[in-house]
Design a protein around this ligand. Structure first.
Ligand code: RM4
Ligand code: MN
Ligand code: MN
Length: 394
């Protein structure tokens, strides 16, 4: 073992450190194709010209990312951003094969107006909850097209993030909004294939600033209950009101077998889409503590969740911000794996919160970088992907 690993083995036991290395090495983290491009704000997108912009360029970048970090074996795709026809999707499949990576989740962008067809500027009034049944049907059809794309791409994860909402109290009856949503999602659910999972994302606000059709985890959870086994809740870390205890939501969802996965990102205000763990590393740690505890209790294993990064990279180099995010996620995970959950439970049940918190903080304060480095070495990747990436760019 390398020297820093010996120190860790002395403190936590060699078996636990080896286990943590193996888990960090094998945790699947999905990256979004759009995350390799340059994001923007409603003011401007400041492209430097060297970031990938076409779907092919993004897939090539994702392939490089996978070779450097060992993560991003699957890439989240968004339609129509990544293509508008089956032919486009077959092209994507070829690019993916060449880059030696696979398609991950397929995301239906119901907010992108099209030049042709009914899905034009009227989408500002909604998609699956639009007052016009023709627009609702066309929006459902876009989701069904995405199922066809999934067949081509051999993907089994469909992500539904609904941009629908309103900007004023009179715009739409809350009752109509709810009825239409349930009617449309039932049609989509019935068309899904065997083995598919449908992940339903919620978001407090934006683009609607008065109401959002799927505004919180209660709404996603209710929908996933009425749709049945294949539907689960997707937690995007930037989609809650301030002060919401996200890790408690995680525990509730896991207990009900309804946690489908994550969109990792960090935020200071709302849906900021900043690098995961760059602002609230302790929150990310607490989330992983609850995931690992859930797995130990027999709920969904952490590695079976859809663990996806969903970020917009506006300032930093997108590729570098994805490396940073992957490292921060791995760090939070590695720390959570160092917890002695038996000792923690003992402290909790013997009414000793000071000791319980000490166990948590001891894990959180441990420098786990040697674990991350060992995981990458074992996978044949680079211990320091950022340095390697910068060397290659020169
Ligand atoms: C939303 C949400 C979705 C993402 C879109 C682009 O805020 O997070 O997951 O696909 O943005
Ligand atoms: Mn998201
Ligand atoms: Mn978001």
């Amino acid at each position: 073992m390398h020297e820093p690993l010996d120190y860790l083995a002395d403190e936590f036991g060699k078996d636990l450190i080896d286990y943590a290395i193996e888990r960090v090495m094998t945790i699947p983290i999905e990256v979004p194709s759009w995350g390799f491009g340059r994001g923007g704000t409603r003011f401007a997108a400041y492209s430097t010209g060297d970031e990938p912009s076409t779907p092919e360029e993004k897939i090539i970048a994702a392939g490089k990312f996978h070779k450097l970090t060992g993560k991003g074996a699957t890439v989240a795709l968004h339609f129509p951003w990544d293509g508008t026809t089956k032919k486009d999707v077959r092209g994507l499949k070829k690019h993916l094969r060449k880059a030696e990576i696979n398609a991950g989740s397929v995301n239906a962008n119901l907010f992108t107006p099209r030049d042709k067809g009914p899905l034009d500027a009227t989408l500002r009034f909604g998609s699956l909850t639009h007052p016009d049944p023709k627009i609702r049907a066309a929006s459902v059809k876009h989701c069904l097209d995405c199922f066809d794309y999934m067949r081509i791409l051999d993907s089994h994860t469909f992500v539904l993030w609904l941009p629908d909402g309103t900007n004023s109290p009179g715009q739409m009856s809350m009752y109509d909004q709810a009825d239409r949503l349930e009617e449309s999602t039932k049609i989509i659910n019935a068309a899904a294939g065997k083995g598919d999972r449908i992940l339903i994302e919620y978001k407090l606000f934006e683009p609607g600033f008065y109401s959002t059709a799927i505004q919180d985890y209660a709404r996603s959870l209710y929908l996933s209950w009425i749709l049945g086994d294949r539907a689960m809740v997707l937690v995007d870390l930037g989609h809650h009101a301030h002060g919401v205890n996200v890790e408690q939501i995680i525990a509730h969802l896991l207990r009900q077998g309804k946690l489908g996965g994550f969109h990792f990102n960090d935020s200071y205000y709302a849906d900021d889409d900043l690098a995961s763990g760059s602002l609230h590393p302790h929150q990310l740690f607490r989330i992983f503590v609850n995931l690992v505890e859930g797995e130990l209790r027999g709920y969904m294993p952490v590695h079976d969740l859809a663990l996806m990064i969903d970020q917009s990279h506006n300032i930093k180099d997108p590729f570098e911000e994805l490396i940073e995010s992957v490292e921060n996620i791995e760090t939070a995970y590695a720390k959570s794996l160092l917890i002695d959950f038996n000792a923690l439970k003992k402290a909790q049940d013997s009414l000793d919160p000071s000791m319980a918190d000490r166990i948590l903080m001891n894990a959180f304060n441990t420098d786990v970088r040697p674990i991350l480095a060992a995981a990458r070495r074992e996978q044949g990747c680079f211990e320091n992907p950022l340095d390697e990436w910068r060397l290659r760019k020169k």
